[in-house]
Ligand binder design. Sequence first.
Ligand code: FAD
Length: 264
Amino acid sequence: MPDKVDVAIIGGGAAGLMCGLTAGRRGKRVRVIEHANRVGKKILMSGGGRCNFTNTGTTPANFLSANPHYCKSALARFSPGDFIEMVDAHGIAWHEKELGQLFCDDSSKQIVRMLLDECADAGVQVQTSCRIEGVQKMADGFRLETSSGTVECPALVVATGGLSIPSMGATGFGYELARQFGHSVRPTRAGLVPLTLSGTHQQRVQDLSGVALPVESRCNGQAFRADMLFTHRGLSGPAILQISSYWQPGDDLRLDLLPDRDAL
Ligand SMILES: Cc1cc2nc3c(=O)[nH]c(=O)nc-3n(C[C@H](O)[C@H](O)[C@H](O)COP(=O)(O)OP(=O)(O)OC[C@H]3O[C@@H](n4cnc5c(N)ncnc54)[C@H](O)[C@@H]3O)c2cc1C
């Protein structure tokens, strides 16, 4: 006999757990199915281990999407203030670093614990080390074949995240499933990443590794004023991470190391 739930969620990351606890609070029977041996691995490494859990200045303009309206209703229904309320209710101490970025004083583990406690309170089943072997559309919902048996559900949420850091459990599962159900999938590319250099450029920056300075980074009509960090492999820091989302191989990237000043 298949297990029956109201909502099955594939992926136990930030999105899967948030979705699970929200549906659970609405009285739904929910199961979160995670293939890794624990949930929230990316949350654990986020914000250098202290999880930059929200930004008080979040607006739809901060989201890159082929459909810029897509995030509007979600942001209107659940604001940074709502998340801060949850963090406070769990007694997690936090601080603002800069530009509205909020971090845990102690550890990202507290955010994972909070999400799991909220799921438990809402009666959500969280199943780890469970592989999805097939997803089929039925007349009244979906049928999942998993390594722990068959699950049937009227509502299926795919929250398997993006492709970055496969060692943390990331897969292309969501994209493959979207294709299976006839959706078009836009080409994927890296975003919010450091830039690696090669050849003489890399040799030049190696000696400066560890040095940070305020810069202006510019590419394809976007500009960011923030710190840039020289690393052994290239360039990092907020000014580079931000502009990386607008850069594609071959594009012109300009870095002003003396913004508003004349070097002469
Ligand atoms: C180094 C780093 C630092 C970051 N720092 C921050 C930060 O400080 N603040 C911030 O807001 N964001 C940060 N991010 C981004 C943030 O981690 C992601 O935006 C967020 O975790 C995405 O959540 P998600 O649930 O969509 O995806 P994920 O966290 O990737 O979760 C997807 C889950 O699905 C599971 N999964 C994948 N395939 C399957 C499958 N076939 N079956 C079952 N389960 C599957 C994965 O194992 C994973 O647990 C950081 C990211 C990185 C890489």
